[in-house]
Design a protein around this ligand. Structure first.
Ligand code: ZN
Ligand code: ZN
Length: 372
């Protein structure tokens, strides 16, 4: 939380913004700096995280693209950290100069779902950079509601801080299955979310078994705190008090219902690519399993930042590399292979150049790509 601040002029003009222009095509372009709006903040972006959601939006396989909720061209980017450069009058929760992380949900705050508190599930919501064509953070500046931001303490650098947004989902999963110290917890999937769940659940005192098909990912899960690892077919049946399914693999919910014990809880976090996934209904009934879908989380962003600052969440175990903005158009849809799952984009060079210069430079890069 920050104190009083002097009014700072809200930047205007053009800036560099990365656009998804068609399936499989991203280009830097000149876009307008977002205008001042009540309750909102302008953030100069330092780092952008790339995740599976971005890759599905880039390829066109995203359900939001297929349903028309999001249409090309649009500006992606929902995992970001940056410095506040301007705030609308009356904003007090953040101040110019603060390093902040954001979360992308823009709920309507008026519908029955929002009034119930589940604002991340609002049917009318936009998601910045993801759903509803609200510009994301793949740009020099991103405008976002002050309420969506958490201040990053000194001592937490931008690479680490950008992991706060995916950590919200990991915390949402652990909240859904109400993990207690000593619980036997299975985590299916060794991507970013799965490994974050392993880290946090282990710190909570759960006994975590990582389940996956990638031996490098399983080794990484052990670094993150898992006491055991198993391939899906080798994981013991009826063993776990709770299971987090973070892979999105089609047969993974079958595995989850097989390995979770009577009365157990399952959090489905991974989004299966196909519409239909096999489900073992008789096991679910016979064992009285509870399966909860998890889409992000509410009120976990500051908690996530605190866990990064405290060293409970260790982003360095997840970050493959940090690329420059010039490489960003080619960075979506590159499989991790044996590497760590998380790729970050350093956008601070856009800020170091003068506004028009950065935009010109970026537009030039886009034009070169277009001509190639
Ligand atoms: Zn993401
Ligand atoms: Zn709503």
């Amino acid at each position: 939380m920050s104190g009083e601040h002097e009014a700072t002029p809200w930047p205007t003009g053009d800036m560099a913004g990365l656009q998804f222009v068609a399936p499989g095509r991203a280009e830097w372009m000149r876009v307008p700096v977002p205008e001042e709006r009540a309750g909102q903040v302008l953030v100069e972006v330092e780092r952008l995280g790339i995740c599976g959601t971005d890759e599905h939006l880039f390829s066109g396989h995203s359900a939001y693209i297929r349903s028309g909720l999001t249409t090309y061209p649009f500006q992606p980017g929902h995992e970001f950290v940056g410095r506040v450069v301007a705030v609308a009058p009356g904003v007090r929760s953040v101040a110019v100069g603060d390093r902040v992380v954001g979360e992308p949900f823009l709920p309507c705050l008026a519908c029955p779902v929002c009034r119930s508190g589940a604002i991340n599930l609002c049917p009318n919501r936009a998601e910045q950079g993801v759903r509803g064509n609200v510009p994301g953070a793949a740009a020099r500046y991103v405008r976002t509601p002050a309420a969506n931001l958490a201040v990053v303490p000194e001592g937490v650098g931008p690479d680490a801080a950008v992991l706060a947004e995916p950590s919200v989902t990991a915390l949402g999963a652990l909240e859904a299955i109400a993990v207690m110290p000593g619980d036997e917890v299975a985590v299916i999937g060794t991507g970013t979310i799965g490994l974050l769940v392993v880290q946090i659940a282990s710190a909570l005192g759960a006994r975590v078994t990582a389940v996956g098909i990638d031996e490098h990912g399983l080794a990484r899960a052990e670094e993150c705190g898992a006491i055991a690892v198993a391939r899906p077919e080798e994981a013991p049946g009826d063993r776990f008090d709770a299971t987090v399914e973070a892979s999105g693999a089609s047969p993974a919910l079958l595995t989850a219902s097989r390995i979770t014990g009577p009365g157990g809880r399952i959090a489905q976090v991974g989004i299966p690519g196909g519409a239909d996934v096999p489900v073992d209904g008789s096991s679910i009934v016979a064992k009285g399993l509870t399966i909860t879908g998890v889409l992000g989380g509410v009120s976990h962003l500051s908690r996530a930042v605190g866990l990064i600052a405290a060293g409970v969440i260790r982003p360095e175990l997840l970050i493959r590399h940090v690329i420059g903005w010039e490489e960003a158009p080619d960075a979506f849809g590159v499989p991790a292979g044996e590497a760590k799952p998380k790729v970050l984009v350093d956008l601070s060079a856009l800020a170091a150049l003068s506004g028009d210069g950065a935009a010109d430079h970026a537009a030039g890069a886009g034009a070169e790509r277009g001509a190639a």
